[in-house]
Design a binder for this molecule. Structure first.
Ligand code: NAD
Length: 440
């Protein structure tokens, strides 16, 4: 099939590449000229395991190309995916300006029946808006379907190639059939393609992300309770996770959820409910628990140093919102860096993939409040303590003697619970984690 994917970010680039890998002819479109120039030179603008090799293979076979020319892409394709960003607006709702810009371009250049696919996470009713916008500019026939994406950054290729399910919202049988055929190679092991009405598909994505965010906030509250009653959240997690009704996934406590999806999607569904005179009380609590959780490590650091943080230096391992990605959108590390910097402390950060993104985010603060290091141990030089913000594998087993030697205070504040408290005690390292007793 001939496919256009508009928006070449984490979702669009992965989706377009994976569709080309199953033999389709795919043109990925973006209005960011620099991004397209880089892709045409073989440079991959994001870090995602396995992506670079897959892009190389498919561009070489001329199944995958990159362009800023949306007109040609629309004219030459049977299926057009809209995979642009839907960032939060000031009131928490999803900002649809990019989605509707693309719909307008499609309307201007459509030349025969096409399936238009909302791949971006969009509020209920967006397919109707996209339909109206296209129809405003054209009399051609087309069908808009909703096909929310469930991939996880860091495992995006394997999630896309082997999804747990594919959700398709459609009220047009011809479009449903085209979508079933397109996804057939991805569900050969029998995973379901669930075709439903459009509004249910749109809501499914928000419901899924909101439930996952709920699990995280729930577990963070239980972890905080563990600390005050002297329980160990690792044990509680194992104890509840082995119940098949609960399951072992997504019940790890930490410093609050971040990333480009959970914070904005929870806000957007709360707003959708409010707009419809409904109230999502659980999700309102999920959001406020998360906000508080993002301050939890700061409070531990402040208390350890008795409020005297001015002039202190903190090594921070991990800046991305989770491992195996360079994405720092809404990363808890940003909140902690800002809180520490506000007291006059300095941060020496290191992330295996997100240093460039941190440079972009912190701009001219880099080299002043925050310095970035390519090697993990270099970030420890002259630091008062070490903070762990992302559970990259390479942080799990450092040379603890060296870490202790390099730090002025031999203290580790671990927001991801990657070390064993008893082991830290043996190393005589003051160790603070989430939901477990501290060792100092
Ligand atoms: P992103 O910011 O990485 O990429 C969006 C891309 O769209 C950018 O490259 C931008 O330049 C481009 N763009 C914006 N307006 C455009 C236009 N008018 N024409 C052409 N290109 C345009 O975003 P993302 O993380 O890929 O997310 C895209 C959507 O998918 C969002 O709605 C998001 O909620 C959803 N989603 C994201 C993930 C994830 O893990 N990142 C997972 C599932 C769903």
């Amino acid at each position: 099939m001939k496919i256009a994917v508009v928006g070449t970010g984490y979702v669009g680039l992965v989706a377009g590449t994976c569709f080309s890998d199953t033999g389709n002819e795919v043109i990925c479109v973006d209005n960011d000229q620099r991004k397209i120039d880089r892709l045409n030179k073989g440079e991959i603008p994001i870090y995602e395991p396995g992506l670079e090799e897959m892009i190389k293979r498919n561009t070489l076979q001329e199944r995958l190309s990159f362009s800023t020319d949306i007109a040609t892409a629309v004219k030459n394709s049977e299926i057009i995916f809209i995979a642009v960003g839907t960032p939060p607006d000031e009131d928490g709702s999803a900002d649809l300006k990019y989605v509707l810009q693309v719909a307008q371009s499609i309307g201007k250049h459509i030349n025969g029946f096409k399936v238009i696919v909302d791949k971006s996470t969009v509020p209920i009713g967006t397919a109707d808006l996209v339909t109206k916008e296209i129809a405003r500019h054209s009399d051609e026939s087309f069908a808009v379907v909703s096909n929310p994406e469930f991939l996880k950054e860091g495992a995006a290729i394997s999630d896309f190639m082997r999804p747990d399910r594919v959700v398709i919202g459609s009220n047009n049988e011809r479009a449903s059939e085209i979508m079933r055929n397109l996804y057939a190679p991805f569900v050969r092991t029998g995973k379901p393609i669930i075709v439903m009405d459009i509004r249910s598909a749109e809501l499914t994505k928000y419901a899924a992300n909101s439930l996952l965010a709920t699990k995280i906030s729930f577990m963070n509250e239980i972890a905080n309770l563990c600390e005050v009653v002297g329980a160990n959240v690792d044990m509680v997690r194992k104890g509840i996770g082995s119940d098949a009704r609960i399951g072992p996934y997504f019940i790890f406590p930490g410093t609050g959820y971040g990333g480009s999806c959970f914070p904005k999607d929870v806000k957007a569904i709360i707003k959708t409910a409010a707009d419809n005179n409904a109230k999502l009380q659980i999700l309102e609590a999920v959001e406020s628990v998360n906000k508080k959780q993002k301050t939890i490590l700061y409070k531990k650091i402040e208390s350890y140093f008795k409020g005297d943080l001015k002039g202190k230096t903190f090594a921070m391992w991990g800046l991305a919102f989770k491992p195996k990605t360079d994405d720092m959108r809404e990363a808890p590390a940003i909140d902690l860096i800002n809180a520490l910097a506000a007291t006059g402390a300095k941060i020496q950060g290191h992330d295996p993939e997100a240093n460039d993104e941190a440079r972009r985010i912190f701009g001219d603060r880099v080299g002043k409040e925050i310095t970035l290091f390519n090697k993990r141990y270099d970030a420890l030089n002259n630091a008062d303590a070490l903070i762990i913000m992302t559970e990259w594998n390479e942080f799990r087993e450092p040379d603890f003697y060296l870490v202790k030697d390099m730090l002025k205070s031999a203290a580790i504040f671990d927001g991801r619970n990657i070390y064993n408290p008893e082991r830290m005690q043996k190393f005589e390292i003051d160790y603070f984690s989430i939901g477990r007793s501290s060792t100092n």
